[in-house]
Write a protein that binds this ligand. Sequence first.
Ligand code: NDP
Ligand code: GDR
Length: 348
Amino acid sequence: MKTAFITGITGQDGSFLAEFLLAKGYVVHGLIRRASTFNTGRIDRIYVDSHNREARLFLHYGDLTDGGGLRRLMDQIRPDEIYNLAAQSHVRVSFDEPEFTTDVVALGTLRVLEALRNAVEALGKPIRFYQAGSSEMFGAAPPPQNEHTPFYPRSPYAVSKVAAHWYAVNYREAYGLFIANGILFNHESERRGETFVTRKITRALTRIHMGRQNKLYLGNLDARRDWGYAGDYVRAMWQMLQQKQPDDYVVATGESRSVGEFLDCASALLGLDWKKVVEFDPRYLRPTEVDFLQGDASKARETLGWRPEVSFEELVRRMVEYDLELARQETLLVRAGHRPEATGASRE
Ligand code: NDP
Ligand code: GDR
């Protein structure tokens, strides 16, 4: 039975990856941050009380800004595989919090790599490491982007991911460690954070459909992204760590659509005309934008045998159906006298 350690387990990808690894028979350990409210909503469905002998998912408090804690956890968990997914992952917010973003995304990765290096030396066992890289690292480089495309990051988040990428390459070469960088293009799901544009759209349009909201405020509708389904992308992460040699891979669908096209697809499912409800708010623009991402995942296809299974239309349909059900439940609760909950609709 293999043991995996996931940082960022409470996030969208962490929750999909934990489910995927548990289904493969792994013991899974996850890093969680102390927060004043519960932040484990995405993994509650798979959590079994650790006193139960059947439990194979264990959670540990820690933070990517706390290197000592990471090193202690590594000694305790003795993982076979580490998936470093934790990040301040919002590009727009990284302009507001550049130092914090750098501390978590760039230095945080370095801290996990140091903990890995110490653990491999101290425990004398091989440990495989996955680093969550991003298509944002390509930034202004023209599409299609693949493993040979030079990085041209356009935000503090993206610059930090580039640093993390090169730290990972350097640790692989300097210490002979098994480290793979995934360069993943945007991937979404029903569990996507509500301030990312796809989920912000499906959450808002379904609420508008149910009469719970009037307007949706957005920024740049012309930006193009290569959007896939998160469940497909965590499979690629695992596959990268099952190879004979560590390497770096682009993971993408190869198709690119604008934010406007995402709006078209989601609103058609609801019979809405989004042009009547969407308004522009400059607050959601970025000082430097990434205009056009379209990945070329030939290497992942040929070497890993990876292919996306969920199409763009199916992705949007899943998100709209899920959020429509949420909006229905919200409506019922309000009718029963409950106070409506805040949504991400008015945020980033
Ligand atoms: P999310 O924002 O959904 O999740 C981020 C996770 O990181 C959460 O578990 C969060 O904890 C945790 N985290 C944030 N800061 C810290 C910290 N200081 N210490 C420990 N944990 C922390 O991101 P995704 O799941 O979408 O993405 C996973 C990774 O993949 C990220 O590194 C992201 O940058 C990268 N990526 C994502 C892509 C995408 O399209 N989704 C594409 C390419 C790369 P909490 O729940 O407490 O906030
Ligand atoms: P991105 O995702 O920046 O690509 O990063 P996001 O969904 O935030 O933005 C996509 C595009 O939509 C435009 N946009 C808006 N974005 C948000 N969030 N809110 C709005 O109101 C809005 N209006 C228009 C943006 O300008 C942008 O062009 C995601 C994150 O998951 C990163 O962590 C990851 O590395 C990359 O994907 C790949």
